[in-house]
Design a protein around this ligand. Structure first.
Ligand code: ATP
Length: 354
């Protein structure tokens, strides 16, 4: 991976107009994406959206119906998996059961005939940062799930692949272990400066780990961006609803301004005309008791740090989050409602039922 002097460096991975049909119906519509060297990118989407299909195409387990896969600028579309410089960590740890932890990690280095001194250097480095030194002589069956996944990760990292693929690697672990391994994964990514493509249906994992998220639905890229951009300023309705909890609010737009069901004019970040929709997060809405207010509290849930209110406003249901140290507002109370900040008009994704 040369740093071209002044010339642009090819992305570690680039997919151009990848399509896939197993039978009649397309599973992937023309899909293009790039992962730059050193990036941590997540492909996020609900079950059945085509994540595994895309991953299998990237690894070379299946061929796409159309399009091109490039690794560091080289076309690998028709190369078998073993000739692609990638390593993959699966949700099932897939360690060799008859080999010790140390031998599992060394296996790939031997297969690739990496010279002894270089192999030892890489092995020591990765084992050290993965915290596996005390476990090197153990057999996989004597390890916990979290430890096995750490070994699988070390086995992949030691190969220093152009691309590290992580296929739902945390989904077999319990919630607490998942949180701590998530932090470890990020630290490892930074320390090894690997280029990582993470695949998950879990929006919390995607938001907390990624430099960028590629959101997939029904075989199409819906939207791509940093977790912050996708959460705070989604352009697509699907994005707004998939990431966190939000209110899809019907508005009447006139250029850069839109009228809400409670009669407030809110600023739009992009112009729109006529009936439109915007996403307003539960924390972006405010309510306060007001006997002549346009809304009524229908439900409240105490969640610890905050209280989630359900509010009815002219037949529309909205959710509003308030700090729990603010005075509680009882069910049945009339309230005034307002939105903080501006909003982006949402678009429906192609193929999505309107
Ligand atoms: N071998 C196959 N033959 C026919 N259809 C398939 C095949 N593999 C997957 N599909 C279909 O392709 C679509 C996408 O499946 P895929 O496994 O890629 O989704 P996914 O996002 O990885 O889902 P999950 O998170 O549930 O694994 C689904 O409708 C699935 O039924």
């Amino acid at each position: 991976m040369g740093e071209g002097s002044g010339t642009s460096v090819a992305p570690a991975l680039s997919l151009t107009a990848i399509t896939k049909r197993y039978t009649e119906a397309p599973v992937l519509f023309p899909t293009s994406l790039e992962v730059q060297t050193g990036e941590f990118v997540t492909i996020l989407g609900p079950s059945g959206c085509g994540k595994s299909t895309l991953l299998r195409i990237i690894t070379g387990i299946i061929e796409p119906t159309g399009g091109t896969v490039r690794l560091d600028g080289t076309d690998v579309t028709h190369l078998p998996p073993e000739r692609r410089d990638m390593a993959i960590v699966f949700q099932s740890y897939a360690l060799f059961p008859h080999m010790s932890v140390g031998d599992n990690i060394r296996f790939g280095l031997k297969m690739k005939r990496i010279p002894r001194a270089e192999a030892d250097r890489r092995f020591d480095h990765v084992v050290g940062i993965c915290g596996l030194t005390p476990l090197l002589r153990r057999m996989p069956r004597h390890l916990s799930g979290g430890q096995q996944q750490r070994v699988a990760l070390a086995r992949a990292l030691v190969m220093q692949p152009t691309l590290l693929l992580l296929d739902e690697p945390l989904s077999n672990l319990d919630a607490k272990l998942r949180d701590s391994l998530r932090e470890d994964l990020l630290e490892l990514h930074r320390e090894t400066r690997s280029t990582s493509l993470y695949v998950t249906h879990d929006q919390t994992e995607a938001m907390s780990m990624s430099d960028r998220i590629i959101l997939l639905n029904e075989g199409r890229v819906v939207e791509t961006g940093t977790p912050r951009d996708l959460y705070l300023d989604p352009k697509m309705r699907f994005t707004a609803e998939f990431l966190g909890q939000t209110n899809i609010v019907p508005v009447t737009a006139e250029g850069r301004s839109a009228g809400t069901p409670w009669g407030q004019a809110i600023a739009l970040r992009a112009p729109a005309h006529g009936p439109s929709q915007v996403s307003l997060r539960a924390e972006a809405l405010r309510i306060s008791p007001d006997t002549s207010g346009p809304a009524t509290v229908t439900e409240l849930q105490f969640l610890g740090a905050d209280v989630l209110y359900s509010v009815d406003c002219g037949g529309h249901a909205f959710r509003v989050r308030r700090d729990s140290d603010a005075p509680l507002i009882d069910r049945g109370t009339r309230v005034d409602i307002s939105a903080m900040g501006d909003a982006t008009p949402l678009q429906d994704t192609p193929g999505e039922a309107a």
